[in-house]
Design a protein around this ligand. Structure first.
Ligand SMILES: Cc1cc2nc3c(=O)[nH]c(=O)nc-3n(C[C@H](O)[C@H](O)[C@H](O)COP(=O)(O)OP(=O)(O)OC[C@H]3O[C@@H](n4cnc5c(N)ncnc54)[C@H](O)[C@@H]3O)c2cc1C
Length: 362
């Protein structure tokens, strides 16, 4: 038996791939499916600013795994293709050279002039771009993580996976130097060959101190949702001041990845930030002039202390495996497949060699 703690996009992916290989699995979440960071995220599938090379390659593996996963379902309502349009107001030469590096690493890109931008995204005011070179990355997309998690967990449950929501894991069961299960807040003990920690931003909680806590760097971002609008935006627009993508039913999702907000603050404390985001977005998309935010959400990143994924077995104890990462929407299907392979087939995947959880406990 394998116990996956956490039913966010990472835990759902691990459970899905374990069950696909025929393994018996119980998934436990203290809340609802995808109720953590997986429902407060920009959810962009890409590898644009993912240096150094091993991290870039891991994210590209994530993009490819998303494509392969879609083939395993009759339909993939969680997936939105369309690519990314990006420009910067820094030096055009250094931007061109950064994009050339991505190209040399196998990332598909096309350069667009203003007519090309208008063709793809007629709502953009190309005056906001000025002379900046615009790159189009056609293989990027975005995901609706709760829809993804529902589909993968439904498929897993059809293969016999047990799902316990609103059930908190309060601690680990330990025998000698092995973790042999978990106990829940209500006192139930559940045995496992391996406990897989997919608790994201909560990975450092005391419940896991018997095995291995992952040190985290707390950080949070603000996401602004517009009301339904008559727009033609079809892809991620990654402009220097603001990032925008559609969010279904005419809504746009607006954020800026270097806009940090306090983790514990309520979204309504960020009305000034929201106005600044809308103002910046309206320069790129004039249809946003006069539009107010319909909703604000604060998302807390599942960010290991050195910002890179922490994946793999614990150092001094058997039976405990962590999968904690930022960029988890991009990486989830790859991590799900690779982690299931490592756990069930007792192999070490080379792609994960740089990102071992044990580095925090050397
Ligand atoms: C503002 C922001 C923007 C982002 N943008 C992107 C992006 O564009 N692209 C991208 O790829 N990634 C992005 N990310 C990162 C991505 O969203 C996360 O890496 C991913 O959602 C993490 O998923 P997870 O399943 O690990 O964690 P979560 O979704 O948080 O799931 C963890 C689950 O564990 C459960 N849990 C915790 N403790 C216990 C316990 N003791 N017992 C039982 N259950 C427990 C929680 O209830 C929760 O459901 C962004 C994140 C933020 C915050």
């Amino acid at each position: 038996m394998y116990i996956v703690v956490g039913a966010g996009i990472v835990g759902a992916s691990v459970a899905y791939f374990l069950s696909r290989a025929g393994a018996p699995v119980t998934v436990i979440d203290s809340g609802r499916i995808a109720g953590g960071t997986s429902s407060t995220t920009f959810a962009w599938v890409n590898s644009l600013n993912k240096a150094p090379r091993p991290y870039h390659d891991l994210n590209v593996a994530g993009m490819r795994a998303h494509a392969a996963l879609r083939e395993q379902f009759e339909s993939a309502p969680w997936w939105h293709s369309g690519g990314t349009l990006e420009w910067t107001h820094g030096s055009p030469d250094s931007y061109r050279s950064k994009v050339a590096t991505r190209q040399a690493w196998g990332y598909r890109v096309q350069w667009l002039d203003h007519a090309g931008v208008r063709e793809l995204e007629p709502d953009i005011d190309v005056g906001a771009i000025g002379e900046a070179p615009v790159a189009y990355f056609p293989d990027d997309g975005w995901v609706d993580p709760p829809v993804y998690c529902q589909a993968l967990l439904a498929a897993a449950r059809a293969r016999g996976v047990r799902l316990l929501t609103h059930t908190r894991v309060a601690g680990l069961l330990r025998r000698d130097d092995s973790i042999v299960g978990v106990h829940t807040e209500s006192g139930e003990a559940l045995s496992a060959d391996t406990v897989i920690n997919c608790t994201g931003r909560w990975a450092g909680q005391p419940a896991f101190s018997e095995a291995q806590q992952i040190p985290l760097t707390p950080s949070a971002g603000l996401m602004l949702f517009t009301p339904p609008l008559a727009h033609a935006v079809k892809r991620v627009i990654f402009s220097p001041e603001v990032h925008v993508r559609p969010d279904g039913a005419g809504r746009l999702l607006i954020c800026r990845n270097d806009l940090e907000v306090p983790i514990e603050a309520s979204p309504t404390q960020h009305l000034d930030d929201a106005q600044r985001l809308l103002h910046a977005a309206a320069k790129v998309l004039p249809l946003l002039g006069g539009v107010q935010a319909e909703a604000l959400r604060v998302g807390v990143r599942a960010l290991p202390a050195d910002h890179y994924p922490a994946v793999g077995p614990a150092r001094d104890v058997q039976g405990f495996y962590s999968v904690i990462t930022h960029s988890g929407v991009t990486l989830a299907p790859f991590l799900g497949e690779a982690v299931a392979d490592e756990i069930l087939n007792r192999v070490e995947r080379l792609e994960l060699a740089t990102f071992r959880a044990q580095r925090f406990h050397a």
